[in-house]
Design a protein around this ligand. Structure first.
Ligand code: CO
Length: 209
């Protein structure tokens, strides 16, 4: 099926519904976007960014990749971040992971998954660095949940270490980086309390680790 009619029909219904509720909705979006938040999340189809936080088009700037990673050489993610911070002046950057993340699980499996293993290697590094603490968690699901959390915390620190966030802080532009995790089984977000809004806070969390 080359045209995927169900999706086009859904789209027409969606646009009609929105237009009926607010006739100027699309017109106002054409003029500009001024989202208040940048969401960096997993590509997983069960974690739809806008829906989870109940935000309509125009209010959430979104970047998603496998296992919500922020890698210092990933020009895709860094370009999104730069545009968000320097041009859209977004103040809140959210890294949102999720429990049961296939990327996190695959990262510590012994069997190969092909090219994606190079990407997931970043998570395996986190696993190896935290092997003592993780090894004490006997229940495998709980251990994987913890690794999902540690992965989010690592990405929050990576974000805070980018030139983009550091330059913003140095010129006094407010940027706050948040680390959250989403539970697919109940639809709820949890704040991991790794909120960073200054170099001092970054240094404090790095000294802890
Ligand atoms: Co995932």
């Amino acid at each position: 099926m080359r045209k995927l009619p169900r999706l086009f029909e859904n789209n027409r219904n969606w646009a009609t519904r929105i237009q009926a509720a607010n006739p100027d909705f699309f017109k106002s979006l054409v003029a500009q976007q001024s989202p208040g938040y940048l969401w960096i999340g997993c590509a997983d189809s069960r974690v739809p960014a806008n829906e989870i936080v109940g935000l309509p088009p125009g209010e959430l700037f979104v970047h998603r990749n496998v296992a919500n990673l922020v890698i210092h050489t990933d020009m895709n993610c860094l370009s999104v971040l730069q545009y968000a911070v320097e041009f859209l002046k977004i103040e809140h950057v959210i890294v949102c992971g999720h429990y049961g993340c296939g990327g996190v699980i695959a990262s510590i499996e012994e069997r190969p998954h092909g090219l994606v293993d190079n990407w997931l290697r970043h998570i395996r590094d986190i696993y190896q660095r935290n092997q003592d603490a993780l090894g004490q968690i006997k229940d495998r699901k709980q251990m994987l949940d913890r690794l999902c959390e540690l992965n989010v915390i690592e990405q929050v620190i990576n974000l805070a270490n980018t030139t983009i966030v550091q330059d913003a802080w140095n010129r006094g532009q407010p940027v706050t980086v948040h680390g959250w995790i989403y539970d697919i089984s109940d639809g709820l977000l949890r704040d991991l309390n790794v909120c960073l809004q200054s170099l001092q806070e970054l240094q404090a969390i790095q000294n802890q680790a």
